[in-house]
Design a protein around this ligand. Structure first.
Ligand code: COA
Length: 183
């Protein structure tokens, strides 16, 4: 993992920094892998107070993020890390949970994927955010070895800013990993 802490987001704005391995992979836009999952909250998803179990909502979060990372990377991925995850408002039985996932940045084999979970009530025109989470997924091949993923092609100022912010978070994440001795 020696070079991982200095790896740049793999965007087309920095082609000179990319390895020759990356050059074999065509860059993809953010929109190409955006993923939206919709789930009606049933009693079996909820606790005695009629609110969705945190673990259930986290599973939906991981699922949508995983699909998004597979779409971007064009193959299998595993969840490597989940950043701090806060439950902002509860989902209740009868709510429509909308789980939205997008790639913020792609590095060599890893990607930061941002997932937001929203609660919609059929009778309301507004929706409330339940979760904002950022997850790191790693592309793996059929033998379970890590593999390079395509660079991300941010197309708007907002997407470029997200990629820059993700790079800073990655540095923090990898420093934490190194401190925990899991390199
Ligand atoms: C994630 C995993 C594939 C990393 O494998 P590894 O042999 O440690 O590989 P590396 O150290 O080369 O890391 C591979 C990439 O993952 C990133 N990574 C690994 N652990 C990370 C962490 N805790 N946080 C953020 N990124 C991490 C590295 O930075 C590197 O990214 P890069 O290639 O873009 O630079 C491996 O630890 C694993 O399989 N973990 C279990 C995953 C799992 O079971 N998930 C739940 C079910 S899907």
């Amino acid at each position: 993992m020696s070079s991982a802490t200095t790896a740049r987001p793999r965007t087309l704005s920095a082609p000179a920094r990319e390895s020759s391995e990356a050059m074999d992979l065509a860059a993809k836009t953010v929109d190409a892998s955006k993923t939206v999952m919709t789930q009606l909250v049933f009693p079996e998803h909820a606790n005695a107070l009629g609110k969705a179990f945190g673990g259930q909502v986290m599973a939906w979060t991981d699922m949508a993020g995983g699909v998004c990372s597979m779409r971007h990377s064009g193959g299998l991925t595993v969840t490597a890390a989940v950043d701090e995850l806060t439950f902002e408002v509860p989902l209740r039985i009868g709510d429509i949970a909308v789980i939205e996932a997008r790639v913020n940045a792609a590095f060599r084999s890893s990607m930061e994927v941002e997932v937001e979970v929203w609660a919609e009530r059929p009778e309301l025109t507004t929706r409330s955010r339940c979760i904002l989470a950022r997850l790191t997924f790693v592309g793996i091949d059929a033998e379970g070895r890590t593999r390079a993923v395509p660079p991300l092609l941010p197309q708007t100022d907002e997407e470029r800013a997200r990629a820059r912010d993700a790079e800073a978070r990655r540095a923090d994440r990898l420093a934490r990993r190194a401190r925990q001795g899991t390199t």
